[in-house]
Design a protein around this ligand. Structure first.
Ligand SMILES: C[S@@+](CC[C@H](N)C(=O)[O-])C[C@H]1O[C@@H](n2cnc3c(N)ncnc32)[C@H](O)[C@@H]1O
Length: 232
């Protein structure tokens, strides 16, 4: 029988592959022993116990990218980040059941991501089907807005790569405009990735929201870029 939301929250609290922040005003994360943990600057040593590159999936939802990328690329570590525990429950449980040791989950508001991740700890960021925030005046909430890119700069290696996968034409065009206006380095962009051979095998992975968008006949878009160097 399908678990209720409350049951999923309660089970998530017991998972050893999850750290959770419950309140942005109290920026601490706790583990499954209810202990406060400070992972900032210690993801390799404390969480993964190895020095493999760490890749984030932001807005990970049910964690399809986090789990499937971790399986496809065992030479990297993956961290799914989302605020919604009931969605994250799916990915974190799958990682435990399938013993995906290079996948981990961080439940937090991405607005405070720098509280939990140190400078240069991350080699790549995937942003998968984030909310496009189409209402007037809400564009600063977009996960590719300059405000969020400034946060990513604080946790990414200087040559780190950011990938955006979206169905939303406004968010796609907006992201390209931000990249151009801020002088970031566009590596690839396509407004309809499944119309031709994929430039990147990991794009084969489909998320929950992507499945719904494809069923509605929407075109899937992809942008890959690097942040400008500060002296560029
Ligand atoms: C449209 S869903 C996409 C989920 C998943 N990537 C997929 O494709 O199925 C957007 C996700 O972003 C998360 N999200 C939005 N803003 C967030 C924020 N500031 N911090 C953390 N998660 C956020 C939501 O909780 C939600 O799970």
């Amino acid at each position: 029988m399908r678990k209720s939301k409350l049951e999923r929250f309660a089970e998530l609290d017991t998972f050893p592959n999850v750290l959770q922040n419950f309140n942005v005003l109290k920026p601490v994360v706790v583990n499954n022993q209810k202990e406060e943990v400070d992972p900032k600057g210690r993801w390799h040593s404390l969480i993964f116990g190895n020095e493999k590159p760490i890749v984030l999936e932001l807005a990970c939802g049910k964690g399809e990218y986090t789990c499937n990328m971790a399986l496809a690329e065992p030479g990297k570590n993956y961290v799914g980040v989302d605020i919604k525990g009931n969605r994250m429950h799916r990915g974190a449980k799958r990682a435990l059941l399938e013993n995906i040791q290079n996948a981990f989950f961080l439940r937090t508001d991405i607005n405070i991501i720098e509280t939990f991740i140190g400078p240069g700890e991350i080699s790549e960021i995937w942003i998968t089907f984030p909310d496009p925030h189409l209402k007037t005046g809400k564009h600063l909430k977009r996960l590719t807005s300059p405000r969020f890119l400034a946060k990513y700069r604080n946790i990414l290696q200087p040559d780190g790569i950011i990938h955006l996968k979206t169905d939303d034409p406004t968010l796609y065009e907006y992201t390209l405009e931000v990249i151009a206006s801020e002088g970031h380095r566009l590596l690839y962009a396509d407004h309809d990735i499944y119309a031709k051979p994929l430039p990147e095998p990991l794009l084969e992975i489909k998320t929950y929201y992507e499945g719904m968008h494809l069923a509605e006949g929407r075109k899937i878009k992809y942008v890959k870029f690097q942040l400008s160097l500060l002296n560029e």
